[in-house]
Design a protein around this ligand. Structure first.
Ligand SMILES: Nc1ncnc2c1ncn2[C@@H]1O[C@H](COP(=O)(O)OP(=O)(O)OP(=O)(O)O)[C@@H](O)[C@H]1O
Ligand SMILES: [Mg+2]
Length: 265
């Protein structure tokens, strides 16, 4: 399934980038360059949605495994904040992290932990009007849990929507006048990833006052600082041309461009 969906998208992204950058020669019409950039952007957006759907399906089927490493919250959280910092700056929202509380090592899957934190930070930035603030805390609550909270001073979620927004594709504000982009997959995915780490996830919110996303991890995931943490390298954000060409070759081999009926394969 994942291969069937991703392969044609690889070709679309790769070739639209080659056209937009005029790698093989000039196009001649500026509008065509603009269109090829739009094709590339739309394909990237679609790939992100497909990846979320596949991740969620894999979690629900019990097929996701954790790759566990000792992680340093004082490196992990700032790395995630950097991902949303430009968006936060444009939105006029401050993001603060109380690093002094997070002096421990957390054993977890680095990529999935980043996915959790970035999903929640992205929501907090998206749903907080200019002048607001986001506070991130990760602390040990002695004898109980290791608690990660992301609080914002944003638009909040009404009580009737608090449980609903944890379902796939559910969004709190409906109707044609909805101002916020999104698919409604971030929270269900976040909850699934938290539960894979043995944790629990909940939202506390009040309309017009803000939202707290609260995650409780078991204390068994915590080690004293001094263990060997991993910093992790950021994922590449561009789509290299050689990957697109490989993707095209594969696309032709698997028959996507030849009109073969892949539903029967
Ligand atoms: N911090 C928040 N403040 C206010 N509303 C929120 C917040 N986080 C989530 N919501 C509400 O919950 C809904 C579901 O959130 P979720 O992250 O699952 O989807 P999304 O952000 O709409 O899209 P996606 O994350 O897939 O891009 C949002 O559309 C919004 O209505
Ligand atoms: Mg979201």
């Amino acid at each position: 399934m994942s291969h069937e969906l991703r392969t044609p998208l690889n070709a679309i992204m790769g070739f639209s980038q080659i056209i937009a950058e005029e790698t093989l020669g000039p196009i001649g019409t500026d509008k065509y360059i603009e269109y090829s950039r739009d094709i590339n952007g739309s394909a990237q957006h679609l790939l992100a949605i497909i990846n979320d759907i596949l991740d969620l399906a894999r979690i629900e089927a019990g097929k996701t495994e954790l790759i566990e490493d000792p992680l340093d919250p004082q490196m992990l959280i700032p790395a995630c904040i950097r991902v949303v910092s430009e968006r936060a700056k444009v939105a006029g929202v401050a993001v603060e992290f109380a690093a002094e509380n997070a002096d421990f090592v957390f054993v977890g899957d680095e990529r999935k932990m980043k996915q959790i934190i970035i999903n929640l930070l992205s929501n907090a930035v998206k749903f907080t009007p200019a002048g607001g603030r986001i506070d991130v805390r990760w602390q040990i609550i002695e004898g109980r849990c290791c608690e990660l909270t992301i609080c914002d001073t944003g638009i909040g979620i009404g009580p009737e929507d608090l449980t609903r927004v944890l379902q796939p594709f559910a969004q709190a504000e409906s109707g044609l006048n909805r101002r916020y982009e999104g698919t409604g997959l971030g929270l269900p995915l976040t909850r699934g990833l938290v539960e894979l780490h043995g944790g629990s996830f909940r939202l506390v919110s009040e309309l017009g006052r803000g939202t707290q996303a609260i995650i409780e991890f078991p204390l068994s995931r915590v080690r004293a600082s001094g263990a060997q943490p991993s910093a992790g390298a950021p994922a590449p954000s561009r789509w290299p041309v050689h990957q697109a060409i490989e993707a095209l070759e594969q696309t032709i081999r698997t028959g996507f461009l030849s009109g073969e009926d892949h539903a029967t394969r």
